[in-house]
Ligand binder design. Structure first.
Ligand code: GAP
Length: 466
């Protein structure tokens, strides 16, 4: 079976739906494009990823602190940041079927990824599409409008009247909170440059291109860290944060290093002086961006100083030096990382006949134990005989770990269910448990089983999920 395994995003998305990780958004109303809901296991996995990120970039980063800013900010923030004028996609309408498409993505698809049309001028895009007779992917006709720039920010209205003066935007990136609160954080915490501010939160973009499951959504979570430093040390920090990103993905999340690569931006967006993506090789999508390290220079703080009329200079409390710090941003998309973790973990295996719990093939999510939604499943061999004992063990373990309990179907089937959702340990309570207070503990990846005293379970599991 292993030799012919085909893993694709459809398989992952089907597993996510049937096993409670991710559901289509508003499904009973026919869904809504590029929206998804995280179910009971998805929210656990997401929280685990966010916890690891926070530990690595904030808690264990001695010069960093955290914050949690609002989704709605004064609209001038987005004027100053450049998003009102510069955060847009080049869109074309098909006059025949009235569908809307991103011109750069049409070219990428038509050239099978050989032409990178990012940041090309509209005239260039229109000419390429005309010269190469690019067809509408929906109806197959060639009847395009000219390109219009379409701002990606979601606009809404504050208060009771829907006029332009009340317009506000849902933030398209979390980063601006860290910039507008830079001096509040620095002064209240008496911080000296270089220091960082980390934040996790929702961001919104009016994406019209197909999302490829949760890869591209209109609402997503970002985990962003802004490092404020002196210009002369900024290149070193830029390199350091690229390295940190790689360490985070491989050491903390357990992603396969061979499926990760850096990709320098050929074209820089409005705020960046240097930028490098971290890409993961997804099934079906190939190498695609999950995170980025950006040298934002003094763009954001200087623009906010200019637009607000409030100087954003930092004054060093010891040397008295005064300057606008340079920013190195480490930006991570939680939803794409979660998808990468699922793809990385998904495996289909033939279970060899000699393994004790063998009953054919199995799907197993080999998630790092730290990320697994449940750490332990407690399974009474027979509901009537061992149900009470198993409930007692489960209740005790729940105090320390996310656990689940299953007393239905054969033990082999129950192991398979846990394999599919990535539970690293199954505890079977059997006839001997009552006699000697021991249980069988089965490890997900190796399927090895050992006998262990109930009293030692917590230490055993703790040691292995570290
Ligand atoms: N503050 C910088 C910034 O927002 P970005 O490259 O536009 O940079 C950072 O976004 C990360 O956010 C991306 O690497 C990606 O993981 C995630 N992201 C961006 N747009 C997304 C979308 N529509 N759906 C899901 N994740 C997205």
């Amino acid at each position: 079976m292993n030799n012919q395994i085909v893993i694709n995003i459809d398989k992952i998305s089907a597993l996510c739906k049937t096993r409670g990780f991710i559901f289509p958004g508003s499904e009973i109303y026919g869904g809504m494009a590029n929206t998804w809901d995280y179910g009971p296991l998805g929210v656990e996995l997401k929280n685990n990823i966010k916890r690891e990120w926070w530990k690595f970039f904030v808690q264990q980063n001695p010069t960093s602190v955290g914050m949690d800013g609002g989704i709605l900010l004064n609209p001038l923030v987005w004027k100053a940041s450049g998003h009102v004028d510069g955060f847009s996609d080049p869109l074309m309408d098909c006059k025949a079927c009235k569908t809307r498409h991103r011109a750069d993505k049409l070219i990428e698809a038509a050239s099978k990824g050989k032409v990178n049309a990012d940041f090309k001028p509209n005239e260039w895009l229109e000419k390429w599409i005309a010269d190469n007779k690019v067809k509408c992917p929906t109806c197959g006709k060639i009847d395009w409008t000219n390109i219009r720039q379409f701002n990606l920010m979601f606009k809404t209205f504050r208060g009771v009247t829907e006029d332009a003066t009340n317009a506000v935007y849902l933030r398209p990136e979390t980063a601006q909170n860290q910039f507008v609160d830079f001096l509040n954080v620095q002064r209240s915490m008496r911080l000296r440059v270089p220091f960082g501010i980390g934040q996790i939160g929702k961001a919104f973009r009016n994406e019209i291109t197909p999302g490829n499951f949760t890869f591209r959504t209109v609402e997503f979570e970002q985990m962003e860290h802004q490092l404020f430093c002196r210009e002369k040390e900024s290149k070193d920090f830029y390199d350091l944060y690229k390295k940190k990103a790689m360490e985070f993905y491989t050491e903390r999340l357990g992603l396969d290093k061979k499926k990760l690569r850096f990709k320098d931006h050929e074209h820089l967006c409005h705020y960046a002086k240097m930028a490098c993506d971290m890409e993961y090789e997804f099934p079906s999508l190939g190498f695609s961006e999950i995170a980025g390290t950006h040298h934002r220079g003094t763009h954001d703080l200087s623009s906010h100083a200019k637009t607000s009329g409030k100087a954003q200079d930092y004054t060093d409390p010891v040397t008295g030096e005064k300057f606008v710090p340079t920013v190195i941003e480490s930006s991570h998309g939680c939803d794409r990382i979660l998808l990468a973790c699922l793809c990385n973990a998904y495996s289909e295996e033939a279970v060899t006949a000699d393994s004790k719990d063998s009953d054919g093939n199995r799907v197993v999510l080999k998630l790092h134990p730290r990320l697994a939604p449940y750490k332990v499943a407690v399974l009474p061999l027979q509901k009537k005989e061992q149900g009470d004992m198993a409930t007692k063990i489960y209740t005790e373990l729940c105090k320390d770990f996310p656990c689940t309990f299953d007393d239905t179907a054969s033990i082999g089937k129950r192991y398979r269910r846990q394999d599919e959702i990535g539970t690293p340990f199954c505890i079977t309570v059997d006839f001997d448990t009552e006699k000697d207070n021991t249980v069988t503990i089965r490890e997900r990846d190796t399927m090895k089983q050992e006998r262990i005293a109930v009293a030692k379970l917590k230490d055993y599991i703790n040691e292995r999920i570290k």
